[in-house]
Structure formats: C-alpha cells, structure tokens
Design a protein around this ligand. Structure first.
Ligand SMILES: Cc1cc2nc3c(=O)[nH]c(=O)nc-3n(C[C@H](O)[C@H](O)[C@H](O)COP(=O)(O)O)c2cc1C
Length: 164
C-alpha cells in the first residue's frame, strides 16, 4: 500500500466515483472530505478533487484545510459539466478565452499556494460529470463519468505511484 490518500468533495457522486478509481489505481484509501482523517502529515501524497457549480469551485475549504495541515505533494482532479468548454463568467474584452479546466486548476492551486511547503504536481485529472438532476442539460455531459473516464482515472492513479 502506498502512503497516499485521496480526498473528494462530491454532491451527486461523479467526483466520488472518479476519486475511488484514482485510489484503486494508486492502491490507497479514498475519503469524503466530511469524514476524512484530521491530520494528513503522515502521507507522502494527497490527491484532492472537487467539482464546479455556476463557475465556482465547490468545497474550497477542503483545499484550505490541506494548505493548513499538510506539507508535501498534492495532485488535483475534478469533474464538471464541460471541463474543455469556455468559461462563461468574467470574459474580458480582447483577452484569450479561458477554459473551465484552467479556471478550476487555478482556483484549487490558489488555495494550496498559501502554503509554500506544498508541491502541486503537474500530473492532474479531470473529466465530464453528468448533471444528474437537470433535465435541460447539454448532450455532451450525459453518462459521464463514462467507463472510459473511470478507466482513465484508474490509470492516472497508477501513474501517480511513480515518484512516490
Ligand atoms: C447547480 C449546478 C451547477 C453547475 N454548474 C456548472 C458550471 O458552472 N460549469 C460546469 O462545467 N459544470 C457545472 N455543473 C456540473 C457539475 O460540475 C458536474 O455535474 C459534477 O460532475 C458534479 O459533481 P458531483 O457529482 O461529484 O457532485 C453544475 C452542476 C450543478 C448541479
């Protein structure tokens, strides 16, 4: 068993499903942020993931808590309706478009950067997550995370073992 932990914040289960697959690939435990261990100091790697609602990073507190209680490597993941879609909020005239995944990485990283002893890994994972309770949703989110998304999450977890 590697000395790592996967933490997830998930409302409708997409991020949880991805987090569990990453943990399976890594060979470690995965916890909901609501009942995770209080102290992360014993881990060599924390893998943390959440989701987006209305352009906001949900569960920002989880990242703040990691920044407060941990020094070491952190890998990030998330699910959202359209990680590759253009970010619809706060468009600036004349500036290149931002994409949801760039915004999400930026939001998660900014919380963690409060602690200079955290090393944010360049390896990261995101995929689409179905908006389960929404009838009027874009077709591209349906049935995600798909089997392929979950397999990719597992492979991502396996890849994180290198370097531990
Ligand atoms: C109220 C609500 C607002 C959402 N807003 C966005 C959004 O702004 N951008 C986006 O890409 N996805 C958005 N989504 C889609 C979620 O990010 C996606 O369904 C995610 O996988 C949910 O994660 P969970 O199942 O772990 O809770 C929204 C979903 C809900 C329910």
């Amino acid at each position: 068993m590697v000395n790592a932990i996967v933490l997830y914040n998930s409302k409708s289960g997409n991020t949880k499903a991805v987090g569990l697959k990453i943990a399976e690939g890594l060979g470690c435990e995965a916890y909901d942020k609501k009942n995770c261990p209080k102290d992360f100091s014993r881990y060599d790697l924390v893998v943390a993931g959440s989701w987006m609602a209305a352009g906001m990073l949900m569960g920002a507190n989880m990242f703040k808590k990691i920044a407060k209680n941990y020094s070491g490597k952190v890998a990030l993941f998330f699910t959202s309706g359209g990680p590759e879609e253009e970010y619809p909020f706060g468009k600036e005239e004349g500036k290149p478009p931002k994409f949801i995944k760039d915004i999400m990485w930026e939001k998660m990283e900014s919380k963690l950067r409060k602690n200079p002893n955290i090393e944010i890994l360049v390896e990261r994972y995101c995929c689409k997550g179905d908006i389960k309770f929404e009838k009027k949703k874009p077709d591209y989110v349906r049935k995600h995370p798909s089997d392929e998304d979950l397999q990719n999450a597992k492979t991502f977890g396996q890849s994180l073992k290198t370097g531990l």
